[in-house]
Design a protein around this ligand. Structure first.
Ligand SMILES: Cc1cc2nc3c(=O)[nH]c(=O)nc-3n(C[C@H](O)[C@H](O)[C@H](O)COP(=O)(O)O)c2cc1C
Length: 164
């Protein structure tokens, strides 16, 4: 069934940048990672969420292997989760334990979202593309890439929305 977004009212320039979110990738051993770069919109006539992941993240391998992900927006009382999932790496520890969070079962995909999220999207990756040096038209952007670890863009079709 087509998702209905009528009840969503979001400040699109704040929802990622100021409030942050948790990107979960992987299904057997899913991994939560804090993100603050992303977007929502329409592409190929589908509702999409776009996220940007550096190849140096443990999450990157999971995103490349499993063509699905979830994005969870947490309530203010869970702010600490963002600090933990944005500083520790899933290659060294289990961040669900470290951040004291629980994976919630998704309805359509295998990757879980974060229990207690005020809003979460289940997404199927429909396209991905790595940025390359020649992708950038402003010098200023290179300040973000001292190690040239350019992000890969992952575009996910929203197949289910959870709102509490
Ligand atoms: C507020 C905040 C926002 C972040 N946004 C992103 C992002 O959009 N993309 C990204 O690749 N890393 C981002 N990071 C960095 C990762 O969350 C961080 O490197 C994390 O430890 C990687 O986890 P992983 O190795 O388990 O994948 C952000 C970190 C913080 C604290």
């Amino acid at each position: 069934m087509k998702e209905n977004f009528d009840s969503l009212s979001l400040k699109i320039f704040e929802v990622f940048d100021k409030d942050w979110a948790i990107l979960v990738s992987g299904s057997e051993k899913p991994n939560p990672m804090t993100i603050s770069w992303g977007g929502m919109g329409t592409l190929y006539n589908k509702p999409v969420v776009t996220v940007y992941v550096r190849p140096t993240r443990y999450s990157f391998g999971l995103m490349m292997k499993h063509n699905e992900f979830t994005v969870s927006f947490l309530p203010k009382k869970m702010k600490k989760v963002y600090d933990i999932c944005g500083s520790l790496s899933g290659k060294d520890c289990d961040k669900w334990d470290a951040a004291k969070i629980t994976p919630a079962k998704s309805s359509v995909i295998k990757t879980p979202f974060v229990e207690g999220a005020k809003l979460a999207f289940e997404c199927k990756t429909i396209a991905r593309a790595p940025f390359k040096k020649e992708s950038f038209l402003t010098k200023e952007i290179f300040n973000f890439y001292e190690k040239e670890d350019f992000h890969t863009i992952f575009i996910g079709e929203v197949v289910k929305t959870h709102k509490s």
